[in-house]
Design a protein around this ligand. Structure first.
Ligand code: GDP
Length: 297
């Protein structure tokens, strides 16, 4: 087990003599701990470095108030800066889905949780936002994946586009668009095919679908436990397809949440939701404070 960062920071400071202000040396000692803890939480090195630098600038010279120990004070500065970076621009959970039918493109690698998350989000849009949702699977190479979405749709009582064998992903996207318009749906969600890794064929396919659907939101679903791989995946998809937000899955696992910090810092894209389990209501809006708390331990 790791000793938590909060405890380590308090320890470092409580060994120092009480002074009127945080000195540069005090702050440097503490920030070494912060950097190690961030790396242990799977934050990438450049992100950890620049994070530490900004905390250093904020903490040096700060007056130590009487009510808290210097350790607690630095923990607070680190916490606030984590929340600051994680929050960034944009409202978590907010999706641009006015002007029906609004297309949402779901992208990501196979096994990241894309199909499950499509259903989770559809259920949420229906129950929380009162939207009529249509879901369509575009994974023509894996009939089982298309079946999976249909089964999930039945479970949550959300319509799925009927499966027509032999169609290409762009044909399915066009059919979904038509059906959504004719059927009076508010939103239609396109669950694109995943691959085990990023390849040209996958990207070309998703790109073609994007051009047909002209999505209002393009959400990348990635496994939050894969840390820096998740960040590379996001960079790749954003460069090629352009994503509007990220959904981090498996945040119910015991990862420390570092992927979220790197994701925000590297891609600049908002994390809109987090997946918290296999059940279809195990999704919630992203809360920066919760991840900050988790990284701090
Ligand atoms: P896809 O290949 O990206 O479409 O992935 P799936 O939606 O089929 O999900 C793969 C597995 O991950 C399934 O067993 C899901 O139940 C599971 N899964 C998806 N999201 C989460 C999550 O947030 N937490 C946990 N623990 N499991 C998840």
């Amino acid at each position: 087990m790791f000793e938590s960062l909060s405890d380590r920071l308090s320890g470092v400071f409580d060994r120092l003599t009480k002074q009127g202000a945080l000195s540069e040396d005090d702050v440097k000692t503490a920030l070494r701990e912060v950097r190690v803890a961030l790396l242990e939480a799977d934050v990438s090195l450049p992100v950890a470095r620049s994070f530490v630098k900004s905390v250093q600038d904020k903490a040096t010279g700060q007056a130590v108030t009487k009510s808290v120990t210097p350790g607690q004070q630095v923990v607070k500065i680190v916490h606030d800066e984590l929340v600051n970076v994680l929050t960034g621009e944009g409202e978590p959970g907010h999706l641009k889905i006015d002007n029906p039918p609004a297309p949402i493109l779901m992208v990501g690698l196979q096994g990241g949780g894309k199909t499950t998350t499509t259903a989770k989000l559809a259920k949420r849009l229906k129950e929380v936002n009162g939207k009529r949702v249509l879901m369509a699977s575009l994974d023509v190479n894996r009939p089982a994946a298309m079946e999976q979405l249909a089964i999930l749709g039945k479970q949550i009582e959300v319509d799925t586009l009927p499966i027509v064998p032999g169609q290409r992903p762009v044909d399915i996207a066009k059919r979904a668009k038509q059906q959504a318009a004719m059927g009076g749906y508010d939103v239609y969600m396109l669950d694109t095919a995943g691959r085990l890794s990023i390849d040209e064929e996958l990207m070309a396919e998703v790109e073609a679908v994007r051009d047909v659907a002209n999505p209002r939101e393009t959400l990348l679903v990635v496994d939050g436990l894969t840390g820096q791989d998740a960040v590379h995946t996001a960079e790749n998809f954003d460069e090629r397809i352009g994503i509007s937000g990220v959904i981090l899955t498996r945040m119910d696992g015991d990862g420390r949440g570092g992927a979220a910090l790197s994701m925000r810092a590297v891609t600049g894209k908002p994390i809109k939701y987090v997946g918290l389990g296999e059940k279809l209501d195990a999704i919630e809006e992203f809360h920066p404070e919760r991840i900050a708390g988790r990284i701090l331990g």
